[in-house]
Design a protein around this ligand. Structure first.
Ligand code: SF4
Length: 310
């Protein structure tokens, strides 16, 4: 379909149906351009909680749209592609997680927001990479803690908070793919550059970083730090908004091990959403995200605790 037609129709339907388009920073550029709000998981959760729209078009992956539905049971939440998954959420199934919990009784369960409603419902607290340190810090020091599903973020939090965490062995396929050798090679060619990394990255990448933080943390760091060149170790989609905000700075996506062509890391799950799918889901109000009420109520509790703490 013609791009101009899609844009016109999305804008018309949005108005007609009182819809809001929330897009994650990892969405493709066309979707970011038409979105009402662009943000990371925490920012979009808050937007979803405060919106007056009747329909939330969530341009992101399934667990994000599901979180929006948990927060907004009376609103219709649609996702451009129902198969937009996440290696972290998909790698933590409720049956196995229940067994994992049973092996570690008396532990406070903290889960990263990148998990399904079923996993959230089994959690005491949910966190994002923006507030994870604060959430772990809110737990009394005599309590033992399970952290799932991201072992890289969990290891980073162990070091930062000096707390012993029992880690679920999951990881993000994008952040796990960064190559230290190639990163060093780029850094040697740009010795004044600063390296900014997301804590979902492996520890050897984090050790090389000048700054470690969430997507929005990395954006703020690059906007405010005086350096002129940055190597960015997170999903390459954030470079779109960033390059508009700091056109005078050079932004280099961190290279991945697999990638010998464009040297950038993109999340294939995020990129299944397209402008055409966004148009169709707004037009047809489908695929819709539905969460049964008893599950929603249980999954909401740890999210609400997170929002109160952050
Ligand atoms: S970038 Fe990683 S954590 Fe984010 S949606 Fe993709 S697979 Fe999941």
């Amino acid at each position: 379909m013609d791009k101009n037609f899609l844009i016109q129709e999305i804008l018309r339907l949005k108005e007609e149906k009182n819809a809001v388009i929330l897009a994650h920073y990892y969405q493709n550029e066309e979707i970011q351009e038409i979105a009402d709000f662009i943000g990371d998981s925490l920012e979009l959760s808050k937007k979803a909680q405060n919106t007056n729209a009747d329909i939330i078009v969530f341009a992101g992956v399934h667990f994000m749209a599901e979180t929006a539905k948990i927060l907004n049971p009376d609103k219709k939440v649609v996702l451009p592609d129902f198969n937009a998954g996440c290696s972290l959420a998909d790698g933590c199934n409720p049956k196995d997680f229940k067994l994992f919990k049973e092996k570690h009784p008396d532990h406070v369960v903290v889960t990263y927001i990148n998990c399904s409603a079923e996993i959230k419902a089994m959690s005491d607290l949910v966190c994002t990479s923006s507030n994870a340190k604060k959430i772990i810090g809110s737990i009394p020091s005599d309590k033992k803690i399970i952290f799932a599903p991201d072992q890289n973020l969990g290891s980073y939090l162990q070091k930062e908070t000096q707390r012993e965490l029992v880690l679920w062995e999951g990881s993000c396929v994008v952040h796990e793919a960064f190559s230290l050798d190639k990163l060093i090679e780029i850094y040697n060619k740009n010795p004044t550059a600063k390296i900014a990394a997301h804590p979902e990255s492996e520890s050897h990448i984090l050790k090389a970083a000048h700054y470690i933080g969430s997507t929005s943390g990395i954006i703020n760091f690059i906007k405010t730090d005086p350096a002129a060149v940055f190597i960015v170790a997170t999903e390459a989609g954030i470079l779109h908004e960033l390059s508009k905000a700091v056109p005078e700075k050079t932004l280099i996506p961190a290279p991945s091990t697999e990638d010998n062509t464009c040297a950038c890391s993109e999340c294939a799950f995020m990129k299944v959403n397209t402008l055409e799918k966004l148009y169709l889901c707004l037009k047809n109000e489908s695929p819709e995200i539905l969460v049964n009420e008893p599950l929603r109520i249980e999954a909401l509790k740890p999210i609400q605790r997170m929002l109160e703490l952050s």
